[in-house]
Design a protein around this ligand. Sequence first.
Ligand code: KIV
Ligand code: ZN
Length: 385
Amino acid sequence: MSRIFIFDTTLRDGEQAPGFSMQPDDKLRMARALAALRVDVIEAGFAASSPADAQSIMNIAAAIEGPIICSLARATRSDILAAATALAPAARKRAHVFIGTSPLHREAKLSMSRAQVLEAIRSSIAFARDHFEDVEFSAEDAIRTERDYLAETLSVAAAEGATTLNVPDTVGYTTPEEIIDLYRFLDGAVDRRDEVIFSTHCHDDLGMAVANSLAAVRGGARQIECAVNGIGERAGNCALEDVVMALRTRQDFYGADTNIDSTRIITASRTLSQITNAPPPRNKAIVGANAFAHEAGIHQHGVLQNRATYEIMKPEDIGLVTESIVLGKHSGRHALAARARALGVVLEGEQLDRTFTAFKLVADEVGIVDTAKLAALLAEVSTQR
Ligand code: KIV
Ligand code: ZN
């Protein structure tokens, strides 16, 4: 079984997206939830971006034990020094140095030649290694970078001592087939391959961030960069909970797993939703309100007999302990009888028929019949006997 490292960027890529900004105290609270999840790396922010971000990183570096604490830095001395200062209190720390490598980034954004970008990588990674033992290099917009040149940038970073090489799909442009092929190519083309870990960082612009991250693992990536609830620039980053549960549920296929304590997933998701006031959509995989809810009668009957009929994971695997059977207008008698039994009322025969008729009328009126409404209904029907 291969071990996959989880690099969480909720507090950096996630936080930098509109609607998700967080105050320093909230970032610390979220970092505690991430440490409880047992992520391997917490990217706590981008120290050079603002004094508040630098202070947040420092607070997290001082308070959180376990994960490596990381700061993003452009390929400049001043950014790397800002990261070193902010991370000074951390027991385990990493500098994450990036520069755009695609033609678009080189020409339109940086006005740098290929050779100048290579030199910036060489000098910044060497400088970062003077201040950090653990240095990650990201070739921003790697997916749209010429393959041979991409391999050259990663080889230069590795030669200067970067130990994690990240291949970001910055604009969410790739596909699973293409990314597997790319990692397989890099596997043979990057120097010092045995001394580095390949990482993947996928955005969700075409809705493929999770699929692409999993494909990257098939191609040889051993670190996945992701964010809780999939927050991040534009359509977001690869969702941590999706990729972790996909690897765990389909170990038979991937032969890989993370060290994540999945029973902490729902707490991390809800902590983030509370902080940002932005719950995930109801139908969001793993953490959406409907992810483990069954309302249709046929599904409820199946789940009551054997949960595996309509559930490939158990709610408790992600730390969810609430009732998964939702009583509504699509529900059947089996579900009604089971929920009544849980409230101490045994419904059978004619009594079940009468209660079921009354239940359907209420469900048509209110939509979801929660425990309080069900209890009231049972009391009412019992007085009609
Ligand atoms: O999407 C991206 O390319 C990034 C890098 C800075 C890693 O977030
Ligand atoms: Zn990103």
